[in-house]
Write a protein that binds this ligand. Structure first.
Ligand code: ATP
Length: 572
């Protein structure tokens, strides 16, 4: 939804900054909720106006010779009900609405992350994503939560001022001047404040980064005192203190502006009281005006207080929209609804071909980018293919291209001789089960499996005594690093996909199990008709491969078919 709106409005046009445009685009997110928001705001405004009218009723009854008559009492009761009821209904609807908007924002951003190409996500820092997903979304949430309160306050102020106008145009003018003075002071302070708030959000990104460091790097920080001191004393404390300093400065300014506004207000009331004779204003008018002015002071301060909240929300909205714009490359046909089909289980393939594929990472600071290819490689169904080579030679990059995670900048990928188009890519990826070296272990099975089948595989991988399948969930993932990898292999096996890709799977297995993996499990999987692509540094076991592809500096320098294995295979 957000992405569609971003595309609809061209960015960078004259007269309006990118930030402003992004803000208005993001505000468009509220569109589905507008009818309800308009209703809640209208009810709130009605309640606010009723409060102002109520004041007028109280004031006229105080000066009415007949006192509090029955019709007046009825009006009083009706206005009370409207004022209290309007505020309550508006507030209740608004809180529901606020939550709906935030849920929509959260789902929208999550969907965007799921649909963004891996290369865009890798270019983004995860702490920045988290900072937007938590801090900025919560700031927007705080604003939407209070929105009808601001509308009610505005209605009370407008109603109060309208009543003042009926009481005395001179008093109304005086009040208007005092209001304008207070507003001007607030707007000036806000201009200064808002610059600081931008810096606050940058410091909050830094804080999130250091939070990640103390959680993910807890072990390293326990061991290394200098690093711990640097992370805590310099980086984390620096960011926290900077946020505190900027926010305190902002709040100081806010309170000074607030106090100046109040002072202008009281000066105006003082002026009214002292100069009422010169101005020719009657005492009953003065007392009525003072009651109204003192009553609307609260709502007016609420509106002044809303200005910084509105600006914070505006900045946060812009940051959300900017992230959205950064992730605006969407992969086509990334399915997010289960009813649209889940994959290509059991699909027989004949071959996958990389034809003239080239991929270059973006250049770093003065460092030439790593370039893979152009590469030609055809993988045949049922093959047990090893990809080998030194660290940094491009093995992982090659498989990310093969898996359709990176999009070739040149050349193409063919499945059974047919080019895989961007529209086909997500479907194509469902052919593979993967265990990356930086894999993420899910604790459930998305495909479902019979407990006996899962049990067999868990036993085969030597972890049946530690973990079992309970429904579609494994009983635990609190395992050693080698055991976690084995559980990941069980998951891959149970997915029943035609191709399994592993990246240095055996690196943290004990010698016995390493042998079992290469000499028993891999042949067993190929016997079941799986195609296996194995990145490996274990040259002791290269003999089990049907074929070995060697990478050097982003190029395939050797593509060797192991004749012995072929003969053995044919005789099987
Ligand atoms: N996200 C990235 N951004 C920029 N450059 C990258 C990125 N990922 C990898 N590279 C570069 O690509 C090169 C190849 O990396 P790759 O992970 O493919 O090597 P590898 O052969 O799998 O290495 P290893 O055996 O250490 O796992 C590296 O030298 C690295 O500098």
């Amino acid at each position: 939804m957000l992405e569609k709106m971003l595309k609809a409005i061209p960015l960078g046009g004259a007269g309006q900054s990118r930030q402003e445009k992004l803000f208005w685009v993001a505000l468009g997110l509220l569109r589905p909720f507008w009818p309800l928001a308009a209703f809640a705001t209208a009810i709130g405004i009605l309640g606010g106006l009723a409060s102002a009218w109520l004041l007028a009723t109280i004031n006229s009854s105080l000066h009415d010779a007949d006192g509090f008559t029955v019709p007046l009492l009825a009006r009083f009761a009706g206005l009370c009900a409207l004022s209290v009821g309007g505020t309550a209904i508006s507030g209740a609807i608004n809180s529901i609405l606020g939550q709906k908007i935030i849920a929509a924002l959260r789902k929208d951003i999550a969907a965007q992350i799921l649909q963004a190409p891996i290369a865009s996500l890798e270019a983004h820092r995860s702490y920045r994503l988290m900072s937007v997903l938590t801090g900025d979304v919560d700031t927007v949430s705080a604003f939407t939560f209070n929105f009808s309160g601001y509308a009610i306050a505005l209605a009370i102020t407008v109603g109060g001022f309208a009543y003042l106008l009926t009481l005395s145009p001179a008093v109304f003018l005086l009040a208007l001047v005092s209001l304008a003075t207070g507003l001007a002071v607030n707007i000036i302070s806000q201009r200064v404040w808002i610059r600081d708030y931008q810096a606050v959000r940058v410091a909050q990104d830094e804080l999130h980064m250091q939070y990640r460091a103390i959680i993910d790097g807890a072990k390293e920080l326990k061991i290394s005192r200098p690093r711990r001191e640097r992370v805590f004393d310099v980086l984390l404390r620096g960011a926290a203190d900077r946020i505190a300093e900027l926010k305190s400065r902002a709040m100081r300014l806010h309170w000074i502006a607030d106090a100046s506004g109040s002072a202008a207000f009281f000066v105006m009331i003082g002026l009214l009281l002292t100069a009422r004779n010169q101005l020719g204003i009657d005492t009953t008018v003065i007392s009525g005006a003072v009651i109204v002015l003192l009553y609307v002071k609260g709502p007016m301060e609420q509106i002044a207080g809303a200005l910084p909240v509105f600006d914070q929300a505006r900045i946060s909205f812009s940051r959300i929209a900017a992230l959205s714009a950064d992730l605006d490359q969407r992969e086509p046909n990334i399915l997010l609804s289960p009813e649209l089909g889940s994959g290509t289980n059991g699909l027989a393939i004949r071959s996958i071909e990389l034809r003239g594929v080239r991929y270059a990472f973006p250049a770093g600071n003065d460092v030439p980018p790593f370039v893979l290819g152009p590469v030609d490689l055809t993988i045949h169904a049922g093959e047990l293919l090893f990809i080998v080579g030194d660290n940094g030679s491009g093995k992982t990059t090659l498989i990310k291209l093969l898996l359709g995670l990176y999009v070739p900048q040149q050349g193409s990928i063919l499945l059974d001789g047919v080019v895989v188009t961007p529209e086909d890519r997500d479907h194509y990826r469902q052919l593979f089960s993967t265990i990356f070296s930086d894999y993420y272990l899910f604790d459930d099975l998305a495909y479902g499996a019979l407990p006996e089948e899962a049990g067999r595989h868990l036993a085969r991988l030597g972890i049946a005594h530690k973990v079992t399948l309970d429904g579609d969930r494994f009983t635990t993932t609190d395992l050693s690093s080698g055991q976690r990898k084995r559980l990941a292999l069980v998951q891959a096996w149970l997915e029943h996909r035609p191709i399994i890709v592993t990246d240095e799977w055996a690196a943290d297995q004990d010698p016995d199990f390493r042998r079992i993996f290469y000499e028993e499990l891999l042949p067993e999987m190929t016997k079941q008709g799986r195609t296996l692509i194995v990145i490996s540094h274990d040259d002791r076991y290269f003999h089990v491969a049907d074929r070995i592809v060697r990478m050097v500096n982003g190029h395939i320098v050797e593509d060797r078919i192991e004749e012995d294995t072929l003969v053995q295979k044919e005789s099987r």
